[in-house]
Design a protein around this ligand. Structure first.
Ligand code: C2E
Ligand code: CA
Ligand code: CA
Ligand code: CA
Length: 278
């Protein structure tokens, strides 16, 4: 609706206008932030539920601006997806994650995989595999140490094409995880065709485990994963009760505040040293 206000025609109501201004602000901050290196990578440990051993970590981007402080991923990632800036941000994250994990491997502190989130825009880049190869080479990191987390929305957009892309990544020895499983519109028929290694149970399902319905839901998801021979990671685990129940379901790996929140490079290095000392 166009409404007249003085000499101006306003095509949006004030609320929408405010939102558009905020979006533009964040878009500009991100453009500046890419130039000035304001994107930092944090790491959250993934732990083996039975042994309590560290099995890997997820790289999570943090946008730290000098003027507006920390802008959370839930705020800037959706905008970056729309503007396409997620492609550059994603490459910065992949590059830093490879660089950081290489230092931990070289120091004898770690021997597993670092998981990096791959957005839909990145996934459908025609030269995706070349870009990844270049970053791995630059950091002298064998592809064995990399895992990519891909959401249902990303692969269900064009499942046939997605299978081809996933195969070329998998052929390099890169592991693939389906992220936020159960929140999108995955079809079970496709799920078994995707060359996946891991299925991540979304935090929303873990949050619901206080009710019997919620627990049954997690039970079903874990059973699907096990029937497909997929490794299961439960994300957002915060309590011992959740842990106990997941252990009874034979879910192998836990990621959540119960063990640790995401840590800076320095904090994660300390975490690894302490873990090794045990
Ligand atoms: P995600 O991939 O599902 O990542 C898990 C999110 O859950 C992270 O939020 C993590 O900090 C949070 N989390 C883990 N355990 C717990 C817990 O026990 N309690 C609570 N309350 N939260 C927990 P974060 O870091 O804010 O990231 C949010 C989302 O932003 C991610 O969800 C992912 O979709 C996106 N994201 C983050 N980094 C990247 C990136 O580098 N690239 C892309 N494309 N997306 C990213
Ligand atoms: Ca993820
Ligand atoms: Ca997730
Ligand atoms: Ca999630």
């Amino acid at each position: 609706h166009a409404k007249q206000k003085g000499n101006h025609y306003l095509f949006f109501n004030d609320g929408m206008n405010e939102q558009a201004v905020k979006r533009l602000q964040i878009e500009n901050l991100m453009r500046f932030g890419l130039k000035e290196d304001h994107f930092v990578v944090y790491y959250q440990p993934k732990m083996d539920i039975k042994s309590g051993a560290l099995v890997g970590m997820e790289a999570l981007v943090r946008f730290i601006t000098p003027k507006k402080g920390i802008i959370p991923p839930n705020v800037f990632i959706p905008i970056a997806e729309e503007t396409g800036q997620i492609i550059d941000i994603g490459e910065v994250v992949l590059d830093k994650a490879c660089r950081d994990v290489k230092t931990w491997i070289d120091a004898g502190l770690f021997d597993g995989r670092v998981a990096v989130n791959l957005s839909a825009k990145q996934f459908s880049l025609p030269d995706l595999t070349t870009r990844i190869d270049v970053i791995l080479q630059k950091n002298q990191l064998p592809s064995y140490f990399l895992e990519l987390e891909i959401t249902e929305g990303t692969v269900m957009d064009d499942p046939k094409e997605a299978i081809a892309i996933m195969r070329s990544l998998s052929a390099r020895g890169i592991h693939l995880a389906m992220d936020d499983f159960g929140t999108g519109y995955s079809s079970l028929a496709y799920l078994k065709q995707f060359p996946l290694n891991t299925l991540k149970v979304d935090k929303a399902f873990i949050d619901d485990m206080h009710s019997e319905r919620g627990r049954n839901m997690v039970d079903s998801i874990v059973t699907i994963a096990q029937n497909l021979d997929l490794h299961v990671v439960a994300e957002g685990v915060e309590s011992a009760d959740q842990l106990t129940y997941l252990e009874a379901l034979n879910c192998q790996t836990i990621q959540g505040y119960y063990y640790s929140k995401p840590l800076s490079y320095e904090e994660f290095t300390l975490f690894l040293r302490n873990h090794h000392a045990q």
